[in-house]
Design a protein around this ligand. Structure first.
Ligand code: SF4
Length: 325
């Protein structure tokens, strides 16, 4: 069994708000193996981006901790040793706002290189980074306004790679881009993962995309993890009613995918307000399987099939492996 590159233990992030407390992330545990793509999927308000920001040290957790390569990760980025900061990088959703319009591509890539040059000249490394993300080296002297959306995102990816990270948080890296260039960005990201041995935390609302990109899928809803499984098992045997609702409405390509798709489930209402969570299972106002117990008892996340976790009263039995002699 590989040791995980990162684990999150009992993570909570609560924000004080007028009229109460917003539980953006509430008791989240996760584990990421080295070289894995973990798809963190949820609607707006699910807590997935807050989780990414805790990994990056932008938001210190209210409680709980993150372990990285066997060591506790200081909760604030400013308290992290330089090497830890280099090892964990992020690519943001909107490349237009993540690049400084007054800096050329070379200048944007130089900033992280000043602390991590590895003996190369800066220009040499800038060219190498541009080639890695399949941009012409002449782009080094261009400014963001001279680049298309996809090209800007490739520069942002090159900048994230400048410090030779081992784990990259991808926060909706294609959702602000034209459909025509999304596939190109995904292809570059997956090629780089294999070439450089990267680990990705891939935050997205696009469950369909995860079928081809992730090794495991983790579904979040209103701050909690609802279901986690290896991608193949997840799409073959979705368990949580929320997951089944999401899956029933995504497009499929093959006959096998169509056969595995749950029957169309109408979404009942909208995601609850973060300040006004219903008691018990917070999905209960939208759930077509709701039972009395769901309105009072919040179900725990249990391993209900081998390596398949779900928090729902429909699956009350924790998986117990058969003892071997
Ligand atoms: Fe639905 Fe109850 Fe399961 Fe929540 S616990 S998803 S309300 S069946």
């Amino acid at each position: 069994m590989n040791s995980p590159i990162m684990t999150g233990e009992g993570l909570k992030k609560y924000f004080p708000a007028k009229g109460g407390v917003i539980k953006a992330v509430d008791e989240v545990d996760f584990e990421i193996q080295k070289g894995e793509v973990l798809g963190v999927v949820g609607e707006s308000g699910s807590g997935k981006t807050t989780l990414g920001n805790m990994i990056m040290g932008v938001y210190p957790p209210t409680s709980g901790q993150i372990i990285f390569n066997g060591k506790p990760l200081p909760s604030r980025a400013k308290d992290r040793p330089v090497q830890m900061k280099r090892e964990i990088q992020m690519v943001f959703q909107n490349p237009a706002s993540s690049l400084n319009p007054k800096r050329s591509v070379k200048q944007a890539l130089e900033v992280p290189l000043k602390v991590n040059r590895g003996g190369q000249s800066v220009r040499q490394r800038v060219y190498e980074l541009l080639e890695l993300v399949e941009l012409p080296v002449e782009y080094a002297d261009r400014y963001p306004e001279e680049l298309g959306g996809g090209e800007k995102q490739l520069v942002a990816i090159a900048r994230a790679l400048a410090t030779n990270p081992s784990l990259v948080v991808l926060d909706e890296p294609t959702s602000a881009l034209d459909v025509s260039i999304q596939a190109k960005i995904i292809n570059v990201l997956m090629r780089l993962k294999d070439k450089l041995g990267l680990t990705y935390v891939f935050i997205t609302h696009n469950l369909s995309l995860m079928r081809n990109v992730s090794d495991r899928v983790m579904i979040m809803y209103l701050g909690k993890v609802r279901e986690v499984a290896a991608t193949e098992e997840f799409f073959r045997n979705p368990l949580h009613p929320y997951t089944r609702m999401l899956l029933s409405s995504i497009p499929v390509v093959t006959d096998a995918e169509e056969a595995a798709k749950p029957e169309k489930i109408q979404s009942m209402g909208e995601i609850a307000g973060a300040l006004d969570l219903p008691p018990g299972c917070s999905f209960n106002p939208r759930c077509s399987h709701v039972m009395d117990v769901c309105k009072t008892v919040d179900p725990p996340l249990l391993e209900v099939a081998p390596q398949h976790w779900c928090d729902c009263h429909l699956y009350p039995k924790e998986f117990k492996p058969t003892p071997t002699a």
